[in-house]
Design a protein around this ligand. Structure first.
Ligand code: SF4
Length: 413
């Protein structure tokens, strides 16, 4: 890679990754919330916490600030007298950043009286909703929760316990109108009896029919794979399966509940099955399957093997960077070193492009909690000019179709 590519001041992708691994300190006079920024939430969906920022190049990110390791970060967020924000290192300005704006609807209640931000929150530029009760791995007599996860520590603190379909619709409508969201992501934990899709389907149907938004669901792999045919027919656009770890022994140790209830093979089978559904209609609805892993809890070569398998079956990897969240079983573990995860993200971009996968095609979906495959382009010296042209063309087609759909819905309203 060139000298510029190795310099965090000139390579936003490297900066995004380094911030995940090292966190950031806030100077005493820096209170992003008072400047229209978003409040630092302790967690969402087990991994996120942190401060939402927009880096140069339009890379949205969620930077650790409350975790122990962030206290030793070389990076500091500084507010200049002119009101601009900069990431500094040893007093030297490295990169101008923007605070991810806190939407006005966050502070309003739903008609039922719940603060809207306890029903759903923006993660980057999409709406994330955890609509049901806490994952049952947390509530068994002997807990079998995933050891990196903090969902059971925080639900009910930053998040309401149960959200009705009407409440979620109300928040999604406000987020569409005022924040211009195009995508809603639903996330559940494990519930006995595989009820997670039964729980989510009423939300999905209403959002698709009334708002026309792109919708994704992230749940454990349902034992009846035909349920995913139904989701595809319903207009769901993304299914995501978090098996977290490729190495089978480490998987058993890190995710004891997932190992006992499903096993890694069931996750992989669901990914393979769902990726094949892309060949079916409805053609008006884009469809992607994600396999989600965490980099930093197994050797980089193992994460890369996971990426190679996921892309080989036509699915797109989602790669999180391990974050030792406060209060979790892994709170005292160190975060990964940047130099160890760079090759993983480089492999992510290169594998997705080599397989011609439709990465980065959803309009206005900027993700703060993970580095997206297309963002990881900045970590690779390989270029795929023909595939890149096809990708850009597909992106324009999806954007045009969605714009038309939203206009038709607005005209109907
Ligand atoms: S399945 Fe694991 S990561 Fe997901 S909510 Fe439950 S304990 Fe957390």
């Amino acid at each position: 890679m060139s000298a510029a590519a190795l310099d965090v001041a000139r390579n936003p992708a490297l900066l995004k990754l380094d911030l995940y691994c090292k966190g950031i300190r806030l100077s005493e006079t820096t209170v992003p919330e008072e400047d229209g920024g978003r409040k630092v939430l302790r967690t969402r969906a087990g991994l996120g916490s942190g401060l939402e920022l927009v880096l140069p190049g339009g890379l949205w990110t969620n930077v650790p600030v409350t975790e122990r390791f962030a206290r030793d970060s070389p990076y500091e967020l500084a507010r200049r007298p002119d009101g601009t924000y900069w990431i500094e290192r040893a007093g030297e300005r490295l990169a101008p950043v923007q605070l991810a704006p806190r939407p006005a609807w966050y502070d309003r209640p739903t008609q039922s009286g719940k603060p809207m931000t306890r029903v759903g929150t923006l993660q980057g530029t999409y709406l994330g909703v955890y609509p049901a009760k806490v994952c049952e791995y947390w509530t068994e007599d002997t807990k079998v929760n995933c050891k990196f996860c903090s969902v059971g520590l925080n639900l009910g603190v930053d998040d309401a316990d149960l959200k009705s379909v009407d409440e979620v619709l109300e928040v999604a409508r406000a987020a569409r109108r005022e924040s211009g969201i195009t995508y809603v992501d639903f996330n559940t934990g494990h519930y006995r009896g595989d009820t997670y899709l039964d729980i989510l389907e009423p939300y999905v149907r209403r959002i698709k029919s009334e708002l026309g938004l792109l919708v994704g669901v992230q749940t454990p792999p349902h034992h009846d794979l035909r349920r995913y045919d139904a989701l595809r027919a319903m207009g769901v656009n993304r299914v995501s399966f978090c098996f977290e770890i490729w190495d089978r022994e480490i998987f058993k140790d890190v995710c004891p509940g997932k190992h006992r209830e499903y096993g890694q093979d069931r996750y992989l089978e669901a990914i393979r099955y769902c990726a094949a559904l892309g060949r079916r209609g409805p053609w008006s609805e884009p469809w992607v399957t994600n396999g989600e892993i965490i980099a930093g809890l197994e050797p980089p070569a193992s994460s890369i093997a996971a990426i190679e398998w996921i892309t080989s079956v036509g699915a797109i990897p989602t790669v999180c960077v391990f974050r030792p969240l406060q209060g979790t079983d892994y709170a005292r573990m160190p975060p990964p070193r940047t130099e160890d995860v760079v090759p993983v993200f480089r492999a992510l971009y290169e594998a997705c492009m080599s397989h011609g996968l439709p990465i980065g095609c959803a309009p206005n979906v900027h993700v703060s909690l993970v580095m997206l495959p297309e963002e990881a382009r900045g970590l690779s010296s390989r270029r795929f000019p023909v595939r890149e042209l096809k990708r850009q063309a597909l992106k324009r087609v999806v954007a045009l179709a969605l714009t038309r759909r939203f206009k038709a819905i607005e005209a109907r309203a």
